[in-house]
Design a protein around this ligand. Sequence first.
Ligand code: SAH
Length: 369
Amino acid sequence: MNTENSRVNLLDLDEAGLRSFFESIGEKPFRSQQVLKWVYHHGVTDIAAMTDLGIALRKKLDTIAEIKMPQIIREQRSDDGTVKWLIGFQGGNAVETVFIPETRRGTLCVSSQVGCALNCTFCSTGAQGFARNLTTGEIIGQVWLAARALGHERNGLRRITNIVMMGMGEPLLNFDAVVPAMSLMRNDLGFGFAAKRVTLSTAGLVPGIYRLRESLDVALAVSLHSPIDEVRVELVPLNRKYPIAELMQACRDYVSEKHKRTVTFEYTLIDGVNDHPEHARKLVKLLRTVPSKLNLIPFNPFPGTKYRCSSAERIAQFQEIVMRGGLIATVRKTRGEDIDAACGQLVGKVQDRTKRSERIKLRMAETSP
Ligand code: SAH
């Protein structure tokens, strides 16, 4: 007998997964294409309404499968058009998903984990600790829900033009769920985004970068934040395990042959920590060795942080040095500030299992006057 929990959530399967699923229940693998079109082209999640599946198959599916979408708990719209959703999952956890409209494009920022296990010192998601990985369905569900809430149409008005895995979590630490979800973003039977419009952002998990290269063609972004190992270790402790030289080699390998593109490097500018002109010059030397673009992000403060944002002059000076050095560098505009939707400000509802959030709260209480 099938209980509610033992049903297969079809949202957890990409095309390859759905094909094996249908084969495993003695059905034709092309059923996968019909299901994908219903869910991602027509926005239909009720199996009973998938009329080309035949009544017998629909009945059978009803006992062994389901399409379980996450829930929008709250929607906030910023004065600048940015939209932020709190999206809830079974078991009480929730993450945030953000839509950032610009003149010619609209970027959806998607989360991969509830919280994050990496402890980057300047990121508020890290400070909340880590609860669990999201499933494929919970990741692609964020895109499905945002597309529907925005009135995104496949062949008409495309509100979402780009997807970035830059929300909560480290996507390469949830590889097995993230890759099928990104394959659904890419697949023409899914959301049908071009490879350059779907970006995975990582704090620098070197083996994951190589694995991704073998798995799926998507754009790569790397959170660098410093060209100097001693400084980067402070900000991204993962750098102890995968220092800059190794990370750069992985980036070069990622864009060679197969993925003939550039790597986007993210660099959060923090006052007095990584914004010195000397850092900018070192960064030029480092990034000259990789086909790259540089995205400078003014640090967004959050409660309890010891860091401050670099001054506007310092940011301008930094950008000037790297551009004179030949890098393509943009300064990311802070968006959705009035609804706390900026980089490193996403919080969600994390049932922290690492106790990290408690330690931080204690420290805050000790240091406050
Ligand atoms: N774990 C992945 C995905 C998260 S991306 C990664 O590290 O790339 C989130 C981006 O926002 C990263 O580049 C991160 O370094 C940056 N960020 C985090 N906290 C920030 C803050 N407080 N201000 C500005 N940028 C921040």
